[in-house]
Design a protein around this ligand. Structure first.
Ligand code: AMP
Length: 357
């Protein structure tokens, strides 16, 4: 694609904190951003050139967005497929594309794709009924993690089961929706790799981050993670297989389990900028938000080397009230999302604590 000139408009589906930080990065490169989000006061609405306040599948709003945008991208994977169809029919480039989203929206499609692409995962089986969940659990022999195929996030929509009978109950407790039954990953650490691919197939992966979750939500990311050269190469290889297998354009987040022998399994992929990539804002030569804008706008990808060590901490709910103390720390960079209400567990901001490499 011909590089989009500064002054053009980039459309973004979704106006949460990721949309907000994408809009800020786009503005720095001279773009205007139009957000489509049904929430009147969403975090991105206060930093973008235009906020179309409408449902994601509203045909009129999508037509307006398509008319004004040189490219349309997104900040969350659960965009209704119909919305993308409308945009594509209107002829505006959309990145990442419908195929990548369809794969990432369904955990069974996702794991099937990953295995076919040569990116290993835990053993798994789909189940559409309590009996099927029990059968899959018997076949996987032992404790299993059962997750809804769609719409799960931050540890929601999933539960462990240690017997076929328990699996049947878990199936019902998750709402009787189609699920994936997963073997446990015997991991010693959780890592992630944030990578990007441009329209002409060039790609680049940031150094790995090591992630700690609390109550299913990312709590800390430390980067660059301490890994062997072989692990760094392997993570890059996995990222390349995924990016080219999806013919992907933009930034992708890839969550990895590190096993006792140092090898990796892929847990899941997020077809967007990712919480575990926030460290790049203060620790890498280009940050993930600018990288995503560069990729979708057809610009050259930026350099991805680490320039500092960063520990990123998410500020959830009331912990955002510590903003004065954090603002007073000499090596802390505070990023707040402008959300009005600090509900429990809600991502209100993050802090990057920076130290020399
Ligand atoms: P997910 O929603 O798939 O990202 O899962 C949320 C968290 O649950 C992960 O970050 C892991 O800590 C844990 N988890 C997910 N899948 C597995 C698995 N198959 N085995 C062990 N832990 C898992």
């Amino acid at each position: 694609m011909t590089p989009l000139a500064p002054g053009s408009t980039i459309g973004i589906l979704g106006g949460g904190q990721l949309g907000r930080m994408l809009a800020l990065a786009a503005a720095r490169l001279g773009f205007d951003v139009a957000i489509l989000d049904p929430e009147p006061d969403c975090p991105a609405s206060r930093v973008c050139a235009l906020h179309l306040c409408a449902a994601y599948d509203d045909p009129e709003a999508l037509a307006r967005l398509a008319r004004m945008s040189g490219v349309v991208t997104l900040e969350f994977e659960n965009v209704p497929a119909g919305a993308l169809d409308i945009l594509i029919r209107l002829g505006v480039p959309v990145a990442p594309g419908a195929h990548a989203l369809a794969v990432a929206q369904d955990r069974v499609e996702e794991k099937s794709f990953l295995n076919a692409a040569g990116a290993p995962t835990v053993a798994f089986a789909p189940a559409d009924s309590p009996e099927a969940a029990a059968r899959a659990t018997a076949e996987l022999r032992g404790r299993v993690l059962i997750k809804t195929r769609r719409d799960g996030y931050d540890g929601k929509g999933q539960a462990w089961a240690s017997s076929p009978e328990a699996a049947a109950e878990v199936f019902l407790s998750l709402g009787g929706r189609p699920v994936i039954v997963e073997a446990p990953a015997p991991f010693r650490r959780e890592l992630s790799v944030i990578a990007a691919r441009g329209w002409s197939g060039e790609s680049a992966a940031f150094p790995l981050a090591e992630n700690v979750h609390r109550n299913g939500i990312l709590h800390l990311s430390s980067a660059p993670a301490v890994v062997t050269a072989g692990q760094a190469t392997e993570a890059g290889r996995i990222a390349d297989r995924i990016l080219s297998g999806l013919d992907y354009v933009g930034v992708i987040g890839i969550e990895l389990f590190e096993l006792e022998d140092g090898s990796f399994l892929v847990n899941e992929i997020a077809p967007r900028v990712h919480n575990s990539g926030h460290w790049t804002q203060d620790g890498a030569a280009t940050d993930q938000f600018e990288q995503h804008i560069r990729a979708v706008a057809g610009w050259p990808l930026g350099p991805v080397a680490a320039r500092a060590r960063v520990e990123m901490e998410n500020l959830l709910g009331d912990s955002v009230q510590d903003w004065t103390a954090i603002a007073g720390e000499p090596n802390a960079r505070l990023h707040l999302y402008g959300k009005r209400e600090a509900r429990e567990g809600r991502k209100m901001g993050h802090v990057n604590r920076v130290s020399p490499l």
